[in-house]
Design a protein around this ligand. Sequence first.
Ligand SMILES: Nc1ncnc2c1ncn2[C@@H]1O[C@H](COP(=O)(O)OP(=O)(O)OP(=O)(O)O)[C@@H](O)[C@H]1O
Ligand SMILES: [Mg+2]
Length: 366
Amino acid sequence: MEILEINYINFRNLEDKNIHFSPRFNLFFGKNGQGKTSILEAIYFSATGKSFRTSKNVELIKYKKEKMGSYISYRDLISEKTLSVKMDKKNKEYNYNGKKIPLDQFYGKVNVVTFIPEDIELITGSPGFRRNFFDGEIAQSNYEYFKHLKDYTKVLKIRNKYLKEKKHKDEVFSIFEDEFIKLAAKIVLKRIDYVKNISIILNLNYRKLFDDKKELSLKYDSFIGEFKGLDLKALEERIRGKIKDLKNQEIRYGYSLVGPQRDDFKFILNEKEAKSYSSQGEKKSIIFSLKLSEIDMVIKERRESPIFLIDDISSYFDSIRKDNIIKYLKKREIQVFISSTTDLNIESKNFRIDKGEIQDGHYECK
Ligand SMILES: Nc1ncnc2c1ncn2[C@@H]1O[C@H](COP(=O)(O)OP(=O)(O)OP(=O)(O)O)[C@@H](O)[C@H]1O
Ligand SMILES: [Mg+2]
């Protein structure tokens, strides 16, 4: 997949602009606070309808302006297409080839993998942060999972409301409970499968790029306990059993104690949990390897490369690790957008950013 050009109006501090990209490396080069993260965010936003650093849409609209808009044209295996998003402080509109579409059809048309400084939270942050991340990853190339999550969230909300209001003896409650169990089992099964696949790739990538003497794995830590060999039916039965065991507690607390909203994911480096034992450098390397593995997973599911955004590469890694990364990316047929405050010595289309103004065609990163 390849983004051909972008057009944006009133996006953060960026001066309105139309930019054409290289199919390989695109480097945004500039000092702190000039708009490097903002241009990567604009690309991500145009492709996915969301930001990677905020859930508050209004933050994206340039100060003192009322509206914001962005547009990209891109090429996938089949043809050239366009996506655009228009937004004011109340409404947001998504378009595909000039036609208005809902978000759930918009999301996933272009696959994007990002590596940003905040990603370290995937190790150090809360289980909810990890769940959101992995759910998003699975959903971006699996529409069924996206729908199951959406439905599950609705049913969970209703179930919690009934528990809170002590209406668990209602007939409606048991109907919702059946639906709750079915959806929960589907989500768990997909997560099991995803973690199994990505964990193998993750280890390979980590060893190849960063440290071939260590073993890295991702473990799915589920509320259902040990899940080896369980199929969908067996999972449903297990969840039904868990509900039975915890029903009294659920009624007392007034919300669901069972379900994939209580799961977590753990990174294990040489048999130790990375969250508690790994160094800062190791954590960064684990997350970078995870992002490369995501790229491999998207290719596996979609038979097409996602685009890769790397924010602030210079502040992340020492020069040896940076060189390894660049060497690796050069070998891959993938479109990459990188921001940096220092030169990277790669053959790239370079853009200089100064106070939100982007100039292309500057091949000197000085
Ligand atoms: N909605 C907005 N309207 C106008 N300016 C904004 C808006 N949101 C953020 N800014 C400003 O845009 C500027 C550029 O921010 P950005 O995060 O893109 O910089 P950066 O080049 O990535 O910097 P760093 O190297 O420090 O990460 C900042 O000064 C920020 O305060
Ligand atoms: Mg930045």
